[in-house]
Design a protein around this ligand. Structure first.
Ligand code: FAD
Length: 532
């Protein structure tokens, strides 16, 4: 114990000398947390980076909390600090632009406490006694989860009861708090709404260090503020998430289009079936754009090859671009008999290229966890930890064909450098009281350019080139009067943020003044001036 204290004091003294802290470091030492306050360079380095691999910002220290009370202790200390200490929750660090980073403050590593505790006790992770494990309420059909828990863990735990959350992201190694601070979207969103529409209750540590429970009925202003709130109003320590009986298997289908309006007409038809009995609709509707040999290079799945080869040259693409509709139907072995007829009846109503139906069948877990398989492949080739200038934008339905002409068939040329997703959603499934901003139309599309920058001598793969294209797309939308909104937004100035929030800015600002008046939280979003 004495040695630990000595090491800590030594590390802090070194920090004071090397970085010239404005913070009185003894404030941090006095916290007395049950978890671990770490000055270990490896922890600091990890917290200074994210999936974007484009910005680095080193915090003063990293807190591995053992409880919500630890989180509250730190935030309360920062709130009372005379030194402008900031606090950023970090989920799994899968942001692109430093949203979970901070320099003059502490990063709270919300995920991974179990891993840390297991390593310290030299025990397997599954055996660590841990009050933060997901708790499933079978009869009530919800699960209580720690804010730093990863969705993959929630899935594993709920499946033990034959249940699973309703609304997903495409990738499950993201934290509950991280996706609920944005929205959390995937092909189920048209039917169930984003993940933020599937939350019953939250425990939140506000920017004043108070630990509050909130829901539609209780502290409702905080509840709505935090959902889609970009971490600005509080740190989610617990979420109560809606669950349903989990299907056993998934029929996963892809069909191709060469005509953009036929493609979007069918996508819009399919999402209009939300709320219909399950046999009469698909469970998941997404799609992607193929502007080059992307089918083969699409890292998100090897669906088309080698057993399902696609001869792109045999398909007459519209302006060199093809569109792929991706749909699934969930089923149980007991209902397997009717699944073929149900799918057949739905496919008959669509207008895709008849020879282009690609089908596969797999367990529900494997479908939900599909992107992780692609991650492992990329990691093995050293292609995961590279810069990711990802760009996500919501485009109103009325202008999606202008977007197609101006972006897919013009700005992007014939190179993609990664998957380009496109799928529509129903605004009615989004709660307008939350903090998230979407276009002002009943139906809007997500367009996601999930591109990796490579230093391979080809200018069109370079980080600068891809970032420039992202800016070109934003400029194109502004000049064409397309009222698009960034998803997972990133801006450099408050003026741009005010523009992003539009009518919602006044409310967003008011909520900030109420719940984090000293601007302590999530300063990496660069919305409000950090504390001084
Ligand atoms: P972090 O990057 O750690 O944090 C994001 C923000 O949330 C930060 O501002 C942070 O301070 C704040 N925050 C983190 N935890 C908390 C908390 N407990 N309480 C309050 N604030 C908190 N998004 C989708 O919607 N759908 C997808 O299909 C999808 N797929 C993705 C696939 C990959 C490979 C990647 C890298 C990202 C994907 N995303 C997707 C985006 C993802 O949802 C966001 O980047 C999300 O923020 C990542 O979660 P995280 O836990 O890593 O958050």
């Amino acid at each position: 114990m004495a040695t630990n204290k000595f090491l800590l004091t030594f590390a802090i003294c070194r920090l004071i000398v090397t970085v010239g802290l404005t913070v009185d470091p003894t404030e941090l030492l006095r916290l007395g947390v049950d978890g671990q306050l770490s000055f270990d360079p490896a922890d600091v380095e990890r917290a200074s980076l994210d999936f974007g691999f484009m910005n680095q910002a080193k915090p003063l220290a990293v807190l591995h909390p053992a409880s919500a009370e630890d989180v509250a202790r730190l935030v309360k200390a920062a709130y009372g600090s005379a030194h402008g200490l900031s606090v950023s929750a970090r989920g799994h660090g899968h942001s692109i632009n430093g949203q979970a980073q901070t320099t003059n403050g502490v990063v709270i590593e919300m995920s991974g406490w179990r891993r840390k505790a297991a390593a310290a006790a030299a025990q397997p992770e599954e055996e660590v006694e841990d009050a933060s494990r997901p708790r499933v309420w079978e009869k009530e059909r919800y699960v209580d989860v720690w804010g730093g828990e990863l969705w993959i863990e929630v899935l594993r735990e709920t499946l033990k009861h034959g249940l699973a959350p309703k609304s997903w992201t495409d990738y499950l190694y993201l934290s509950i708090g991280g996706t609920l601070s944005n929205a959390g979207i995937s092909g189920q969103t048209f039917n169930h709404g984003p993940q933020i529409s599937n939350v019953h209750e939250l425990d939140v540590v506000t920017g004043k260090g108070e630990l509050l429970t909130c829901s539609e009925e209780k502290n409702s202003e905080l509840f709505h503020a935090v959902l889609g709130g970009l971490g600005q109003f509080g740190i989610i320590t617990r979420a109560r998430i809606a669950i349903e009986p989990a299907p056993q298997r998934v029929r996963w289908i892809r069909v191709l289009y060469s005509n953009f309006s036929a493609f979007t007409k069918d996508q819009e038809f399919l999402i209009s079936l939300h709320g219909q009995p399950a046999p009469q609709r698909f469970d998941y509707v997404e799609g992607f754009v193929i502007v080059d040999e992307g089918l083969i290079n699409n890292w998100r799945s090897s669906f088309f090859s080698p057993r399902n080869p696609v001869k792109l040259s045999s398909i007459n693409a519209d302006g060199g671009v093809l569109y792929c509709l991706e749909i699934t139907k969930n089923y149980d072995e007991s209902t397997a008999e009717t699944i073929d007829q149900e799918i057949e009846a739905l496919l008959k109503k669509l207008d895709f290229i008849p020879t282009s139906v690609f089908t596969t069948d797999l367990p529900y877990v494997d479908f939900l966890d599909r992107v992780h398989k692609a991650e492992l492949k990329l990691r093995s080739k050293g292609l995961w930890d590279v810069p990711h200038p990802w760009f996500n934008i919501f485009v109103p339905k009325s202008r999606i064909s202008d977007f197609d002409k101006g972006v897919f068939k013009s700005i992007l040329g014939n190179k993609t450098s990664g998957p380009i997703l496109i799928y529509p959603m129903n605004k009615a499934k989004w709660d307008q009281r939350s903090s998230v901003v979407t276009p002002d139309e009943d139906v809007f599309y997500l367009v996601a350019l999930l591109r990796s920058a490579l230093d391979n001598g080809d200018e069109t793969h370079s980080l600068e080139y891809l970032k420039h294209q992202n800016r070109q797309i934003l400029r194109f939308c502004a000049e064409a009067g397309i009222k698009a909104k960034q998803y997972l937004p990133h801006y450099a100035t408050q003026e741009e943020w005010v523009d992003h929030f539009g009518d919602k800015w006044a409310q967003f600002h008011k909520r900030k003044m109420e719940f984090d008046p000293r601007h302590i939280l999530a300063t990496g979003q660069r919305i409000f001036h950090p504390p001084s």
